[in-house]
Design a protein around this ligand. Sequence first.
Ligand code: PLP
Length: 239
Amino acid sequence: MKIPFVDLHAQYLTIKQEIDGAIAEVIAESAYIRGRHVDAFEQAWARTLGVKHCVSCANGTDAIYIALRGLRVKPGDEVITSAHSWISTSETITQAGGRVVFCDTDEETFTIDPDDIERKITPATVGIIPIHLYGQPADMDAIMAIAKRHNLWILEDCAQAHLARYKGRYVGTFGDAATFSFYPGKNLGAYGMRNCLICLNGLRHGAFSPRVMMSFWETWATLLHRESDPAVITFTISM
Ligand SMILES: Cc1ncc(COP(=O)(O)O)c(C=O)c1O
Protein backbone atom coordinates (compact mmCIF):
# COMPACT_ATOMS: atom_id res chain seq x y z
CA MET A 1 0.00 0.00 0.00
CA LYS A 2 1.39 3.37 -0.98
CA ILE A 3 0.88 6.08 1.64
CA PRO A 4 1.87 9.53 0.34
CA PHE A 5 3.79 11.77 2.70
CA VAL A 6 1.45 14.65 1.87
CA ASP A 7 -1.83 13.99 0.08
CA LEU A 8 -3.09 17.37 -1.05
CA HIS A 9 -5.74 15.82 -3.25
CA ALA A 10 -7.36 13.95 -0.35
CA GLN A 11 -7.41 17.17 1.62
CA TYR A 12 -8.93 19.02 -1.36
CA LEU A 13 -11.78 16.51 -1.62
CA THR A 14 -12.86 17.31 1.94
CA ILE A 15 -13.36 21.02 1.09
CA LYS A 16 -13.86 20.79 -2.66
CA GLN A 17 -17.03 22.88 -2.87
CA GLU A 18 -15.53 25.78 -0.94
CA ILE A 19 -12.28 25.75 -2.90
CA ASP A 20 -13.95 25.42 -6.31
CA GLY A 21 -16.32 28.27 -5.43
CA ALA A 22 -13.50 30.57 -4.30
CA ILE A 23 -11.35 29.85 -7.35
CA ALA A 24 -14.33 30.38 -9.67
CA GLU A 25 -14.95 33.78 -8.05
CA VAL A 26 -11.34 34.87 -8.57
CA ILE A 27 -11.49 33.84 -12.22
CA ALA A 28 -14.90 35.42 -12.82
CA GLU A 29 -13.57 38.71 -11.41
CA SER A 30 -10.15 38.40 -13.08
CA ALA A 31 -8.82 39.30 -9.64
CA TYR A 32 -5.38 37.83 -10.24
CA ILE A 33 -3.25 40.62 -8.83
CA ARG A 34 -4.14 42.22 -5.49
CA GLY A 35 -7.90 42.73 -5.37
CA ARG A 36 -10.45 42.14 -2.66
CA HIS A 37 -9.55 38.50 -2.08
CA VAL A 38 -5.95 39.32 -1.19
CA ASP A 39 -7.11 42.23 1.00
CA ALA A 40 -9.62 39.99 2.76
CA PHE A 41 -7.02 37.33 3.42
CA GLU A 42 -4.45 39.80 4.75
CA GLN A 43 -7.03 41.32 7.07
CA ALA A 44 -8.27 37.93 8.24
CA TRP A 45 -4.74 36.68 8.93
CA ALA A 46 -3.81 39.85 10.83
CA ARG A 47 -7.03 39.59 12.86
CA THR A 48 -6.46 35.91 13.59
CA LEU A 49 -2.94 36.49 14.87
CA GLY A 50 -3.83 39.76 16.56
CA VAL A 51 -1.18 41.84 14.77
CA LYS A 52 -1.49 45.25 13.19
CA HIS A 53 -0.21 44.67 9.68
CA CYS A 54 -0.04 41.81 7.20
CA VAL A 55 1.41 42.17 3.75
CA SER A 56 1.37 39.51 1.07
CA CYS A 57 4.18 38.76 -1.32
CA ALA A 58 5.32 35.94 -3.58
CA ASN A 59 6.71 33.41 -1.14
CA GLY A 60 8.32 32.82 2.24
CA THR A 61 11.82 33.39 0.89
CA ASP A 62 11.00 36.83 -0.52
CA ALA A 63 9.25 37.63 2.75
CA ILE A 64 12.42 37.06 4.78
CA TYR A 65 14.50 39.04 2.29
CA ILE A 66 12.04 41.95 2.25
CA ALA A 67 11.85 41.94 6.03
CA LEU A 68 15.66 42.01 6.29
CA ARG A 69 15.77 44.97 3.90
CA GLY A 70 13.07 46.61 6.00
CA LEU A 71 15.26 46.06 9.05
CA ARG A 72 18.08 47.75 7.16
CA VAL A 73 20.61 44.93 7.27
CA LYS A 74 23.83 46.22 5.75
CA PRO A 75 27.18 44.65 4.78
CA GLY A 76 29.07 43.44 7.84
CA ASP A 77 25.94 43.07 9.96
CA GLU A 78 25.74 39.70 11.67
CA VAL A 79 22.41 37.92 11.88
CA ILE A 80 22.11 34.92 14.17
CA THR A 81 19.93 32.02 13.11
CA SER A 82 19.59 28.29 13.53
CA ALA A 83 21.80 25.99 11.47
CA HIS A 84 18.82 23.66 11.11
CA SER A 85 16.27 25.10 8.67
CA TRP A 86 15.38 25.31 5.02
CA ILE A 87 18.06 27.22 3.08
CA SER A 88 15.81 30.30 2.65
CA THR A 89 16.43 31.48 6.21
CA SER A 90 20.17 31.85 5.76
CA GLU A 91 20.42 32.58 2.03
CA THR A 92 18.27 35.69 2.41
CA ILE A 93 20.63 37.04 5.09
CA THR A 94 23.46 36.79 2.57
CA GLN A 95 21.23 38.18 -0.18
CA ALA A 96 20.44 41.21 1.98
CA GLY A 97 24.20 41.80 2.48
CA GLY A 98 24.47 40.44 6.01
CA ARG A 99 26.66 37.73 7.49
CA VAL A 100 25.03 34.50 8.64
CA VAL A 101 26.01 33.33 12.11
CA PHE A 102 24.74 29.83 12.78
CA CYS A 103 23.62 28.58 16.17
CA ASP A 104 23.12 25.08 17.40
CA THR A 105 19.64 23.67 17.96
CA ASP A 106 17.87 22.45 21.06
CA GLU A 107 17.88 18.66 20.95
CA GLU A 108 14.26 18.33 22.14
CA THR A 109 12.58 20.81 19.77
CA PHE A 110 15.11 21.27 16.93
CA THR A 111 14.66 25.03 17.33
CA ILE A 112 17.44 27.54 18.04
CA ASP A 113 19.36 27.04 21.29
CA PRO A 114 19.20 30.31 23.30
CA ASP A 115 22.41 29.51 25.22
CA ASP A 116 24.27 29.30 21.95
CA ILE A 117 22.78 32.65 20.80
CA GLU A 118 24.45 34.33 23.78
CA ARG A 119 27.79 32.79 22.82
CA LYS A 120 27.53 34.00 19.21
CA ILE A 121 26.76 37.67 19.90
CA THR A 122 29.48 40.12 18.86
CA PRO A 123 29.50 43.93 18.45
CA ALA A 124 28.43 43.35 14.81
CA THR A 125 25.27 41.41 15.71
CA VAL A 126 22.08 43.21 14.68
CA GLY A 127 19.33 40.61 14.95
CA ILE A 128 18.13 37.07 15.52
CA ILE A 129 15.97 34.89 13.28
CA PRO A 130 14.43 32.08 15.35
CA ILE A 131 12.71 29.43 13.25
CA HIS A 132 9.58 27.78 14.57
CA LEU A 133 10.23 24.42 12.99
CA TYR A 134 7.91 21.43 12.46
CA GLY A 135 5.16 23.37 14.22
CA GLN A 136 7.39 23.68 17.32
CA PRO A 137 7.78 27.20 18.72
CA ALA A 138 11.28 28.36 19.58
CA ASP A 139 11.94 29.36 23.20
CA MET A 140 10.67 32.91 22.80
CA ASP A 141 10.98 34.00 26.46
CA ALA A 142 14.71 33.33 26.43
CA ILE A 143 15.19 34.76 22.93
CA MET A 144 13.24 37.95 23.69
CA ALA A 145 15.26 38.47 26.87
CA ILE A 146 18.55 38.13 24.96
CA ALA A 147 17.35 40.51 22.23
CA LYS A 148 16.29 43.07 24.82
CA ARG A 149 19.58 42.83 26.68
CA HIS A 150 21.63 43.38 23.53
CA ASN A 151 19.21 45.67 21.66
CA LEU A 152 18.72 43.25 18.76
CA TRP A 153 15.70 42.87 16.50
CA ILE A 154 13.87 39.57 16.13
CA LEU A 155 12.46 38.27 12.86
CA GLU A 156 10.43 35.10 13.37
CA ASP A 157 10.49 32.56 10.54
CA CYS A 158 7.07 30.93 10.90
CA ALA A 159 7.08 29.13 7.53
CA GLN A 160 6.42 25.81 9.25
CA ALA A 161 4.35 26.86 12.22
CA HIS A 162 1.10 28.61 11.29
CA LEU A 163 -1.04 29.04 14.39
CA ALA A 164 1.44 27.27 16.66
CA ARG A 165 1.37 28.80 20.14
CA TYR A 166 4.11 29.53 22.62
CA LYS A 167 2.66 29.78 26.14
CA GLY A 168 -0.76 30.43 24.61
CA ARG A 169 0.37 33.14 22.20
CA TYR A 170 0.66 32.66 18.43
CA VAL A 171 4.13 32.51 16.93
CA GLY A 172 4.71 35.51 14.69
CA THR A 173 3.48 37.91 17.35
CA PHE A 174 6.62 38.16 19.49
CA GLY A 175 9.30 39.74 17.34
CA ASP A 176 9.65 42.89 15.30
CA ALA A 177 8.41 41.05 12.23
CA ALA A 178 7.47 37.56 11.16
CA THR A 179 7.26 35.69 7.90
CA PHE A 180 5.02 32.86 6.75
CA SER A 181 5.08 30.59 3.73
CA PHE A 182 1.93 29.26 2.14
CA TYR A 183 3.65 26.80 -0.13
CA PRO A 184 1.03 24.12 -0.95
CA GLY A 185 2.55 21.44 1.29
CA LYS A 186 2.97 23.69 4.34
CA ASN A 187 0.99 23.42 7.59
CA LEU A 188 -1.36 25.96 6.03
CA GLY A 189 -0.90 25.69 2.29
CA ALA A 190 -2.24 27.78 -0.58
CA TYR A 191 -3.81 26.54 -3.78
CA GLY A 192 -1.26 27.53 -6.34
CA MET A 193 2.32 28.58 -6.33
CA ARG A 194 2.91 30.11 -2.93
CA ASN A 195 1.85 33.23 -1.29
CA CYS A 196 3.13 34.53 1.94
CA LEU A 197 2.85 37.27 4.45
CA ILE A 198 4.88 39.44 6.69
CA CYS A 199 3.32 40.62 9.91
CA LEU A 200 4.72 43.83 11.23
CA ASN A 201 4.34 43.82 14.96
CA GLY A 202 6.63 46.31 16.50
CA LEU A 203 8.21 49.55 15.41
CA ARG A 204 10.95 49.23 18.01
CA HIS A 205 13.78 49.53 15.53
CA GLY A 206 12.14 52.30 13.55
CA ALA A 207 12.32 50.48 10.24
CA PHE A 208 8.86 49.05 10.04
CA SER A 209 6.65 52.06 9.81
CA PRO A 210 3.93 51.31 7.25
CA ARG A 211 5.06 54.33 5.25
CA VAL A 212 8.65 53.06 5.00
CA MET A 213 7.47 49.58 4.13
CA MET A 214 5.05 50.90 1.53
CA SER A 215 7.80 52.78 -0.27
CA PHE A 216 10.10 49.80 0.03
CA TRP A 217 7.40 47.56 -1.37
CA GLU A 218 6.86 49.82 -4.33
CA THR A 219 10.57 49.92 -5.17
CA TRP A 220 10.88 46.18 -4.78
CA ALA A 221 7.77 45.56 -6.88
CA THR A 222 9.11 47.80 -9.62
CA LEU A 223 12.43 45.94 -9.66
CA LEU A 224 10.73 42.57 -9.73
CA HIS A 225 8.38 43.61 -12.45
CA ARG A 226 11.33 44.58 -14.52
CA GLU A 227 13.20 41.35 -13.91
CA SER A 228 10.55 38.69 -13.79
CA ASP A 229 6.97 37.82 -14.53
CA PRO A 230 4.82 40.53 -12.95
CA ALA A 231 2.02 38.04 -12.44
CA VAL A 232 4.10 36.17 -9.88
CA ILE A 233 4.04 38.80 -7.20
CA THR A 234 1.37 40.86 -5.50
CA PHE A 235 1.92 43.61 -2.99
CA THR A 236 -0.65 45.22 -0.80
CA ILE A 237 -0.47 46.78 2.59
CA SER A 238 -3.25 46.89 5.13
CA MET A 239 -3.12 49.46 7.88
C1 PLP B 1 11.69 27.31 7.70
C2 PLP B 1 11.42 27.83 6.32
N1 PLP B 1 11.67 29.12 6.04
C3 PLP B 1 11.41 29.65 4.82
C4 PLP B 1 10.89 28.88 3.80
C5 PLP B 1 10.67 29.48 2.47
O1 PLP B 1 9.33 29.52 2.06
P1 PLP B 1 8.96 29.43 0.51
O2 PLP B 1 9.15 28.02 0.06
O3 PLP B 1 7.52 29.88 0.45
O4 PLP B 1 9.86 30.38 -0.22
C6 PLP B 1 10.60 27.52 4.05
C7 PLP B 1 10.04 26.67 2.99
O5 PLP B 1 10.21 25.49 2.93
C8 PLP B 1 10.86 26.98 5.34
O6 PLP B 1 10.61 25.71 5.63
